[in-house]
Write a protein of this length. Structure first.
Length: 51
């Protein structure tokens, strides 16, 4: 019984931490997927202008 009462308050924390990590992971994955689409276009334009 003591083990159960000890683990009960930990599970919501782990779930909240896991959720926050999942959200941050999705945000990072979104940034990683969007940035490469923008970054290659930015250096190419100045190179084309200078050349």
């Amino acid at each position: 019984m003591y083990a159960e009462t000890r683990y009960v308050p930990r599970t919501p924390r782990s779930i909240s931490l896991g959720g926050s990590l999942a959200v941050s992971g999705l945000l990072i994955a979104g940034l990683i997927s969007f940035v490469p689409n923008i970054v290659p276009m930015v250096p190419d334009e100045p190179l084309k202008i200078f050349t």
